[in-house]
Design a protein. Structure first.
Length: 320
């Protein structure tokens, strides 16, 4: 059962939103195998689809923070950022990796529009043993959804919060560092309270359609935000996928983000390039409403109101 948001948390979010608005008024073959800590000294063009096998770092944690995941497309001193591939149609940076026991997905969305799709439409990972067109409907596909699509109230609260963080960033990310960090804490608290289940299909050992994020089956998922950008991480035991590093074979994966529902007002706003979340009801006397910060989405209607997905092929990386 979902835990209701506390009045204190709602008041803190409202106060931060009001402050932000006030400030704003003034101002594929055999794959190459890489370690997840390998970083190239000379950045190269980032692929749309990851084409290499990657060993997960020894200190891997599924916590939505992404700190341990290196990128070969940043300076050698960086370990957090663009990951192994960037799919421009889905606006997703991602890495697929494995160790001897688990398959990992690390996904970072670019911008608030991706956050809105993940929260209100859900994010689904599919792993298929097939590598041709049959993979889309193969009966032995394993499918995990996290986050599961949330209701309008939860989506509004989270989007208002990360929109506030984005407003501070747009104004001056150095000057307003304390405010940004405070809003990020609220955003992550909101999403942690709301998203406590993983939808599971295709694993014969698991008969329930959903499992807790605290499950004992070894399936892990976490989501957090960096400003307005979502980070989602998954870990799936290889035993549930029928895969082994002792006999690595090619398999397919799909990353799918659901569509945002189409309220009439939102359709009108998108036509001019801006999406507004519904207003926040302010607590206390007066009972008025405060519009949250707007999020430019560059005429995003086609992206927001339609699912986006892509397929890739991966082969497990053996331990060096």
């Amino acid at each position: 059962m979902k835990k209701p948001l506390t009045a204190t948390l709602k008041q803190a979010l409202t106060a931060l939103l009001l402050t932000a608005v006030t400030f704003a008024a003034h101002a594929q073959g055999e794959p190459q195998v890489l370690s997840a800590v390998t970083v190239n000294a000379h950045p190269q063009k980032q692929p749309q689809i990851q084409e290499i096998s990657v060993r997960a770092p020894d200190n891997v944690r599924v916590d939505g923070k992404m700190n341990e995941w290196a990128s070969p497309y940043l300076a050698p001193s960086k370990t957090e950022g663009y990951l192994q591939a960037y799919n421009s149609s889905s606006r997703i940076y991602y890495t697929v990796a494995n160790d001897d026991n688990n398959l990992y997905f690390v996904i970072r969305g670019l911008g608030g529009g991706v956050s809105q799709k993940f929260i209100s439409g859900g994010l689904t990972i599919t792993i298929s043993r097939a590598t041709d067109k049959k993979r889309e409907k193969a009966k032995d596909n394993v499918v995990l959804t996290f986050p599961i699509a949330q209701d309008e109230k939860t989506t509004t609260l989270v989007m208002n919060s990360i929109g506030t963080a984005g407003s501070y960033v747009d104004m001056d990310s150095v000057k307003f560092r304390r405010q940004i960090d405070s809003v990020n804490v609220i955003s992550n608290k909101l999403i942690t309270d709301a998203m406590k289940e993983i939808r599971v299909a295709g694993i014969k050992e698991i008969t329930d359609s959903t499992v807790s994020i605290y499950n004992t089956e070894g399936i892990k998922a976490a989501i957090k935000f960096i400003k307005r950008q979502p980070i989602v991480e998954f870990a799936i035991p290889l035993k549930y996928l029928g895969l082994s590093v002792e006999n690595p074979v090619k398999f397919s994966y799909n990353i799918w983000a659901g569509a945002v529902p189409e309220p009439k007002q939102q359709r009108q706003d998108v036509a001019v390039g801006v999406v507004y979340a519904p207003p926040v009801i302010m607590s206390g006397g007066g009972g008025g409403m405060m519009p949250p910060p707007s999020m430019p989405v560059n005429n995003n209607a086609g992206f927001l109101f339609n699912p986006t997905d892509f397929w890739g092929i991966y082969t497990l990386a053996k331990k060096p």
